[in-house]
Each structure stands twice: as C-alpha cells, then as structure tokens.
Design a binder for this molecule. Structure first.
Ligand code: ATP
Ligand code: MG
Length: 408
C-alpha cells in the first residue's frame, strides 16, 4: 500500500556539522539494523526509507524501524505528484484502503516548495471540501480530529500520510563512544544497557557465571537477553560470558564471608576493565540502584568501584524498582529476566553480607589470595564469546582461540 516511510528525528541540540553527522549515522544505522532491506535518503529535515525490491512496508518492517535509536517518529506514506488532482485522488484512495469512512478529520498541508501554486491554507480548505463531498459520514474537526491527514509538498518529493508513530528518540548508536555493560540475568542491567545504547553508546556485554553448577540454562538466559538488546543495535553485539567459579572459590577460602559479595564484585570489575581496554570501551555500565540490596549501599559502592580506575556509569541509580520493571516490560527483557536461573552460583553468596566496607581492607584481603590476577586473567581467557546480530547468534568461540590477553 505504502511507497516509503517518512522518518522524523529530533533536531534539538544537533546543529550545523553535528546535525549532518547525526543524520548520516542515523541513515547508516537504519540500513544496518534493517539488514539492508531498505535504503535511506535525506530530504530537508526528514529521512525517507524505501524498501528494496521484494520487500514491503509491513508490521515487521515498522517494528524494526521503531527500534532504531535517533528516530522520533515514523509515518508510512504515499508519494504524490505536485498536482492537486493527484493529491486529492490519492487521499481518497488511501481513506478507502484504510476503510476510514466515518468520524472526523483534519487536513494539515505543508508547502515548503513555493513553486507549487496552491498555498497550504487553500490546500487544507479545498482538499477538506473534496473529501466531505466524497464521504458523506466524514466530518471536519480542526481541534480533536480522529484522523490527521498530512500533505507535504517539498522540493525533492511530495507525499501524504495519516499516521505519526512515536518511537524512542535518543541518539543514533555510535554517536557517543563505546562502553561495556555488566549484564547479570536480573531485571536491572538489561534496562541499564538499553538506556545507555539510547544515548548513542556502542556496547558489548560482560557476564559472569559459575560452571558447572549453572551452565546451560544460565547461558541461554543471558543470551536471550542480549539477543533482545541486539534488536536495538545496528552492529555486531559481542557478549563475553566469563567462568567465575575459580575466582569465587579463592574468595570463599579467605573465610571472610560477609565481604565475599563485595570481593566478587571487585573482581568482576577488574576483569571487565582488562577486557574493556581490549575492546576499546571507555566506561563500564552497571544496573546498580541505590539501596536495593546490601551490595548497593554507598559505602559498598565505593569499595566496589575502587577496584578499577574506569568510569562506571549507573544509569538506574535513582529509579524506583517499578519504573525499571515497566521499562523492562516495554523493551521486552522482563519476561526473560524473571526466568529462575541465577547468574552466578548462590553457594558463593554470603548469608548476611556486610553493608559497610573499606577499600583498603578489601585490598588487604585480596593480597592474601595467591596469584589472584592470574586467576582472573585465566577466567577471561576461558570466556565464551558470542557475536549476535538482529536477535541471532552469528558466531561463537572461546576467547583465547581468537583474542589472547597475556599475563603481564
Ligand atoms: P540486576 O537486576 O541487574 O541483576 P540487582 O538489582 O540484582 O541487578 P546486584 O545483583 O547487586 O543487583 O547487581 C548489581 C549490578 O552488578 C548488576 O546490575 C550488574 O550490572 C552487575 N552484576 C551483578 N552480577 C553480575 C554477573 N553475574 N555478571 C555481570 N554483571 C553482574
Ligand atoms: Mg542481580
């Protein structure tokens, strides 16, 4: 039915050169995220997305477009000639196709091509009158119409459309650098990942698990989460799943149970920092949220973050749990996050974790573990790497098969 999709994007904060970069990144991401099923071109202030031969504008194509960050709204549209009769006939045809025969409407015409002889005001009036003539049960309502019929007469191209489907806005992925998300199987970290992706960050995911006690199901769950996230991502999404059992055993042997959670988190951050340098990430992202659990008191957050000098982003720090749950439902990660499989083995979690801790004390405890950094690097070198694109795993290997980090 439709010829192309008209894309509107936010122009706020993107002026001059930045705006051109924004637009070209957005066009590029649209094509990549829709697997080259469409082409994208810019006309002034809009992007026009046209399906390639053998492709059509259907629910699935629109759903994929909705997930491209940087897009404010999408409108499936019909091309018209710069000719009054053609515009009128196509509006009438589209109304009939969509079975819109009763209710109220308003015409909103916009003429940026001043060589077209009819002014917007007259277009609104004349088209309105012709539609009233054609459909006896349609009425005009300029304040709260059921249907807004938009006509845009532009230099490059003219078109009509009825819908403005709101999208997530944000920045095109890749407009803002690269970071690694610490992805557990919980509700929060996938939402944190999504939030920062939407701010234009490229991401990869890092997860820790405890083989052999939580192997397959945990990995499946983690991968389902990253597959879901990859639907919002135009590039290959790398997910590093790191076996953590040996590190956890070493920490357990310290017999400082109440600190074991903090020590584990510090170790996760150290390993993630080494990997981040390797993947050229400049920040780590967590799903931490103030006060939810013992590891998330301010004191413990300090002890944990002192394990690395990397910037740690905590986009959910001040959110209500209910808000996070709502967002997780909206982006489709919630149903996966509530699967019962734990990210890393509960046997290593303290019964009553300390709510207060001191970085120096943590450091001292860590020096008691022999070859601790080798143990950590060994975990990294044994990690499973999955490469995911548009919801599908396209490659997987063990880290050391391809990308080795040497012990210093
Ligand atoms: P989530 O819902 O994301 O699991 P949470 O409220 O359960 O968060 P914690 O379990 O304390 O909180 O974890 C805080 C953050 O630490 C997580 O959001 C995640 O970023 C990171 N994290 C925790 N466990 C792991 C893990 N096994 N692998 C990778 N990151 C982890
Ligand atoms: Mg958790």
């Amino acid at each position: 039915m439709y010829d192309f999709v008209v894309i509107k994007y936010s122009e706020i904060g993107t002026k001059g050169k930045n705006r051109r970069i924004f637009e070209s990144k957005l066009m590029n991401n649209i094509v990549l995220q829709l697997n080259h099923k469409v082409s994208a071109k810019k006309i002034y202030g809009r992007i026009i997305v046209t399906p390639k031969e053998n492709e059509k504008i259907d629910e699935s194509l629109l759903n994929s477009l909705k997930k491209v960050f940087g897009i404010k709204s999408i409108s499936p549209a019909i091309q018209v000639k710069k000719d009054y009769e053609d515009i009128k006939n196509k509006i009438i045809w589209l109304l009939k196709e969509k079975k819109i025969e009763r209710g109220t409407f308003k015409i909103v015409a916009r003429r940026t091509d001043k060589t077209f002889p009819i002014r917007s005001f007259d277009l609104n009036k004349n088209l309105g009158a012709d539609i009233l003539n054609e459909f006896s049960e349609l009425k005009v309502d300029v304040h709260k119409p059921n249907y807004l019929i938009r006509v845009e007469i532009r230099q490059e191209l003219s078109f009509i459309y009825f819908e403005n489907i709101e999208c997530f806005a944000g920045y095109p992925v890749g407009a803002g650098g690269k970071a690694s998300i610490m992805l557990s199987g919980g509700i929060d970290s996938p939402v944190a990942a999504w939030t920062m992706m939407k701010r234009g960050l490229k991401l990869n995911a890092i997860s820790f698990y405890s083989p052999p006690s939580n192997n397959e199901k945990t990995i499946t769950k983690l991968l389902e989460l990253s597959k879901r996230l990859s639907e919002f991502y135009p590039f290959n999404f790398y997910h590093y799943i790191i076996p953590f059992t040996n590190v956890q055993l070493a920490i357990k042997n310290l017999k400082a149970e109440s600190y074991s959670l903090i020590l584990q988190r510090r170790s996760m951050l150290r390993i993630a920092s080494v990997l981040a340098k390797h993947t050229k990430s400049t920040a780590l992202i967590t799903g931490e949220n103030l006060g939810q659990v013992a590891s998330q008191t301010l004191e413990n957050m300090i002890s944990i973050s002192k394990a690395t000098d990397m910037l740690i982003l905590r986009p959910l720090i001040g959110y209500e749990k209910l808000e996070i749950v709502k967002k997780a439902q909206e982006i489709g990660t919630y149903d996966i996050s509530i699967w019962p499989y734990k990210d890393s083995c509960v046997a290593f979690l303290p019964k009553s974790p300390a709510t207060k801790s001191f970085p120096n004390k943590m450091k001292k405890l860590e020096t008691k573990i022999e070859n601790f950094s080798e143990l950590e690097l060994d975990a990294l070198n044994n990690s499973l790497v999955y490469v995911i694109k548009n919801g599908k795993i396209i490659e997987n290997y063990i880290f050391s098969e391809k990308e080795v980090i040497d012990y210093e």
